[in-house]
Design a protein around this ligand. Structure first.
Ligand code: AHM
Ligand code: MG
Length: 322
């Protein structure tokens, strides 16, 4: 039986009227394809382990984080209208072109969850594209995103993206090297009985996160009246991908360890793109008080707490008192 194949290129030609945006998304997709190869061959090429450098978050960088950043950066640079790059791996914002020559801002985490690499678990890349604001400030607003996406490097490589109307997933066909539309409408159901959180942070959680999880694990006789399942991969891309496939809620709440930093996850290149994807898929994304997409970015590596996924769970979390 032959299947009708819609490739990423065909999809973009049909959905996006701006040829420069088609070109940029296409270049990002190629970067993700190259990163997927680097990830797959990491042990063969000595790309596991840690480099002798520290990223802007004060974390030790792996050689492969730096290589993934090079690949992503080089691909975006080739798009004539990309003006600003903001990467997890680079302290400063990169101004590629003056605003008169380009208006795209790309914020990205080239290799998220890279602590999973040495143990051969799924990792990914996350990105958000916006246009420079009228005041030419390089830090985009969450609601200004025109495209968000992630690539997951797992048993298969997938590119999941949204242009604001639907969330669609493409699977990389290693034979033809095409991304093929395999998930035409990814949705997050409003209810779930599955949550994802790092339970080892429990001693540091604020009262609300502690209460939320306490209720989830209380079982059918507890306040929630149902049994919850729990998953945690320590790779946000993999945890959120699971939620787009079978529902759930992802939590990286504020805890005492990260309170001084403002949270664990980064707003511009982790939380914003995933929040856009969650909202378009029918879910919600909150920092515990407000929608993440309404939080204003003051610094490139700003952090946030994240409660993302099934709408009713996010709402329930917010309704708990501190
Ligand atoms: P990274 O950008 O340094 O890889 O950190 C982000 C990752 C997320 O993918 C994941 O959700 C989280 O850190 C895991 O944190 P923890 O180690 O506390 O489980
Ligand atoms: Mg990251």
């Amino acid at each position: 039986m032959t299947m009708n194949r819609t490739t990423l290129n065909a999809y973009l030609e049909q959905e996006v009227s701006d040829p420069d945006l088609v070109d940029l998304i296409d270049r990002i997709a190629s970067a993700c394809w190259k990163i997927s190869q680097v990830v797959r061959d990491a042990a063969l090429n000595g790309h596991q382990g840690q480099a002798q450098s520290i990223n802007p978050q004060g974390e030790v960088q792996k050689p492969i984080d730096l290589l993934a950043d090079d690949i992503f950066r080089h691909s975006c640079k080739q798009n004539d209208r990309t003006s600003v790059l903001i990467s997890e791996e680079v302290e400063e914002i990169t101004q590629l072109r003056p605003s008169q020559q380009g208006d795209f801002v790309v914020a990205y985490d080239p290799l998220d969850g890279s602590s999973n690499l040495d143990v051969d678990l799924s990792v990914g890349s996350v990105f958000g594209v916006s246009r420079l604001a009228k005041d030419l400030k390089p830090l985009p607003a969450g609601r200004a995103l025109i495209c968000s996406g992630y690539a997951i490097y797992g048993p298969s490589t997938m590119l999941v993206l949204t242009l604001g109307t639907r969330v669609v997933g493409f699977t990389l066909d290693m034979g033809s090297e095409d991304y093929v539309l395999t998930h035409p409408d990814m949705r997050i159901p409003a209810d779930t009985a599955e949550f994802a959180i790092n339970m080892s942070c429990a001693p540091h959680w604020d009262a609300r996160a502690a209460r939320y999880v306490e209720q989830c694990v209380a079982g059918p006789d507890g306040a929630r009246g149902k049994a919850f399942n729990m998953r945690w991969t320590a790779s946000m891309v993999a945890d959120i991908h699971r939620i787009l496939i079978r529902g759930g809620v992802f939590l990286y709440p504020m805890d005492a360890e990260n309170a001084g930093l403002g949270g664990k996850l980064r707003l511009l290149y982790e939380a914003f793109p995933m929040a856009m994807i969650a909202e378009v898929a029918g879910g919600s994304a909150s920092n515990g008080k407000a929608d993440i997409l309404d939080v204003s970015a003051e610094t490139p590596h700003q952090r946030t707490s994240v409660i993302l996924g099934a709408q009713n769970e996010v709402q329930h979390f917010q309704s708990l008192t501190l």
